[in-house]
Design a protein around this ligand. Structure first.
Ligand code: ACM
Length: 647
């Protein structure tokens, strides 16, 4: 018996010992393999960096910039390791021989004496450094931090790990674009898809066609409030574009963070801004038409006419664009949501169809894309297009971005084309994240953090060989309703953290509860960077339907250990003056009664969440739950109420 107890004690001590150590390892995205070791490394201002090649020295500079910015000190770096190597961070270049790490693989060994970041390529070294930075506390107190000993061996699941940003609907300043890219890089993304042109604004300077930005980057105002079929303006003019110098600056910044920038020039639809600047690009399809930079959202009939003049224009635009993105293997040409009305009505297009043996307007679209692809391929680049480019026949070398679900992606992969998965149900970060009654205005829909996390970019319809054509996943941030960088950040995070794990971590290692337990550490880091991430709802908050009882038990957990939850039960808006949730409690309801539990989360950094509400009903319940008028206005499906039944 005594023996049993002592074994039990040893087991408990070991378990606690290990969990106390691993609990400090909260890296996002979760590395492929983590082995906690015994002991800790004490990081302090006397720690040295050993970096003996150019790539590593650049990273040493990055590390010192980071330390200075967030912790107020720098550390010394030396070229060659001292004999008795102690208290050092060592960048070790691994050879390509042996079991051949790829450019993005890295290892991170923390022991009592050293931190060794090993990689073959600069990208791997950068990712190793990012993981190390996540082992540091958000604030290093008194110039010292204890880092748990650990062995990490890591590599990405997918080679394309992307985020998109629409700067047409609302222009985003250069400084914010850099902040966005910097955030991507901290979570091991490697692709930034920059949606530069659309109906509501042309945002890239093209020297040969100055009116694109003189005229095409400006609109008088935008749609006020949620989308309705009758336009009501908000009276706020929108303008802005990136000069070619600014674009080069952004591309160089992204490169320093191992992010490739993919420009998107939309064609042949979503072209109103270009047509407003150069109406002759519609000539042959529509005469004397009053093109304008659109003020509202949606899909428009305005379209480039497939004339020689249009192709000449687009080739000129793409020539300048390609020169600004010299390292990107891809140019995105859009291709989505092309209304064919003007083409149908056009004698020129009907003639073209006869001449080129095109059987319908979808084939005209395909002809358009193929011509552009040929040109872009001739410049040494590949095209990406939205999944509509499948209609009428796919261009021979195109990569497909599957956004209307996975169908297009599956079809393309089966036809041996590369695919990037970005289906609306999981990857549209412009969609809502909670009850539209309390969320800031958005385009509608509902893509929760958990939904994003649950995504597997390889559809089960594909066999192993076909699955290889899935390059990875990307989330899109369309900005119809996102007027400011702060609002973009709110839609981006923490969903982007979930996506980082979808793209990077092994599918079998994914676990949503474990992911959530690693979030508070990330929130503290985001706080230090002044990022307006969405504070998640308390865990345990749910709609409750009482069957044979009059009592509902409310048991909540704060999304961050240091945050407080305040609540009301009388329908009023909760504030820091409302009751504070400290322990589980019961709510008693009379027959037929309904109560609204409204909560708000206040973080230690002083930020306040949106309201998170839950309905508690007691049967017999006579009326259906009402959907407010505001909810009805929201496009697409709306946030669904589901009830947990308690009897
Ligand atoms: C898209 O959302 N129209 C690609």
């Amino acid at each position: 018996m005594l023996k049993l107890i002592s074994i039990l004690v040893i087991v408990i001590v070991l378990a606690f010992g290990i969990s106390a150590q691993t609990s400090a390892i909260n890296i996002v995205p979760r590395p492929k393999s983590i082995k906690p070791l015994n002991g800790t490394f004490e990081f302090n201002f006397k720690t040295k960096i050993v970096a003996n090649d150019e790539g590593s020295r650049k990273l040493a500079g990055y590390l010192n910039d980071y330390l200075l910015k967030f912790h107020g000190f720098k550390i010394e770096y030396v070229g060659n390791p001292p004999k008795n190597l102690k208290n050092a961070i060592v960048f070790e270049r691994l050879s390509a021989q042996g079991n051949t790490p790829s450019e993005e693989d890295y290892s991170l060994y923390v022991t009592k004496d050293t931190i060794k970041i090993g990689a073959r390529g600069d990208a791997g070294m950068f990712y190793g450094l990012q993981s190390f930075l996540q082992l540091l506390p958000a604030k290093i107190e008194k110039g010292k931090a204890k880092i748990p000993a650990v062995e990490i061996l890591d590599q990405p699941r997918f080679k394309y790990r992307g985020m998109h940003l629409d700067v047409s609907r609302h222009f985003m300043p250069v400084e914010f674009v850099k902040k966005y890219i910097d955030l991507l890089s901290q979570y091991k993304f490697n692709q930034f898809h920059w949606h530069l042109t659309d109906d509501q604004g042309w945002r890239i300077e093209i020297k040969k066609y100055p009116k694109l930005t003189e005229i095409g980057s400006k609109r008088k105002e935008s749609q006020f409030g949620p989308y309705t079929t009758t336009f009501r303006g908000d009276g706020i003019p929108i303008e802005g574009f990136y000069t070619q110098e600014q674009i080069k600056e952004v591309v160089a910044f992204a490169k320093s963070r191992h992010i490739n920038v993919i420009p998107e020039i939309e064609l042949p639809g979503h072209a109103s801004a270009a047509l407003a600047a150069y109406p002759e690009l519609g000539k042959g399809c529509k005469e004397n038409y009053d093109y304008k930079v659109q003020q509202t959202w949606g899909i428009f009939k305005e379209v480039f006419c497939p004339t020689d003049a249009t192709f000449k224009f687009l080739e000129d635009v793409l020539t300048e664009t390609i020169s600004l993105f010299p390292d990107s293997p891809y140019i995105h040409i859009g291709g989505d949501e092309v209304l064919k009305d003007f083409w149908k009505e056009s004698a020129f297009v009907q003639d073209l169809m006869k001449r080129e043996n095109l059987k319908d307007e979808h084939e005209v679209q395909s002809y358009f894309i193929r011509r552009m692809e040929k040109f872009i391929n001739s410049k040494g680049k590949k095209i990406i297009g939205w999944d509509e480019i499948l209609e009428g026949g796919l261009a021979p070398n195109a990569t497909v971005m599957s956004w209307r679900g996975e169908k297009g992606g599956i079809q393309a992969a089966k036809a041996k084309h590369d695919v990037i998965m970005t289906p609306t149900d999981y990857m549209y970060f412009d969609y809502g994240q909670g009850d539209p009654k309390f969320e800031p205005l958005n385009i509608g829909g509902f893509v929760s953090l958990e939904k994003v996390y649950s995504y597997n970019p390889i559809p089960k319809e594909l066999n192993a060989e076909e699955g290889k054509y899935i390059l990875g996943a990307q989330a899109n941030i369309w900005t119809e309703y996102l007027k400011t960088p702060e609002r973009v950040e709110y839609m981006m995070l923490p969903r982007m953290l979930a996506l980082s794990e979808v793209n990077w971590s092994p599918q079998e290692a994914k676990n949503f509860d474990d992911f959530k337990s690693r979030l508070p550490n990330q929130f503290t880091r985001l706080d230090a960077q002044k990022v307006n991430y969405r504070i998640p709802a308390p865990d345990g908050l749910q709609n409750i339907l009482l069957a044979d009882t009059d009592k509902a038990k409310i048991e909540l957990t704060s999304p961050m250990p240091t945050a407080k939850i305040f609540y009301t039960l009388d329908g009023s808006e909760p504030t820091e003056k409302s009751a504070e949730y400290t322990k589980p409690f019961e709510v008693t309801l009379a027959a037929n009664q309904t109560k609204e539990l409204k909560t708000v989360v206040m973080t230690a950094a002083g930020r306040k969440s949106v309201i998170f509400g839950a309905t508690i009903l007691r049967r017999p319940y006579l009326e259906p739950v009402k959907i407010s008028d505001q909810d009805k206005l929201v496009r697409f499906s709306y946030y669904k109420k589901s009830f947990t039944s308690v009897s």
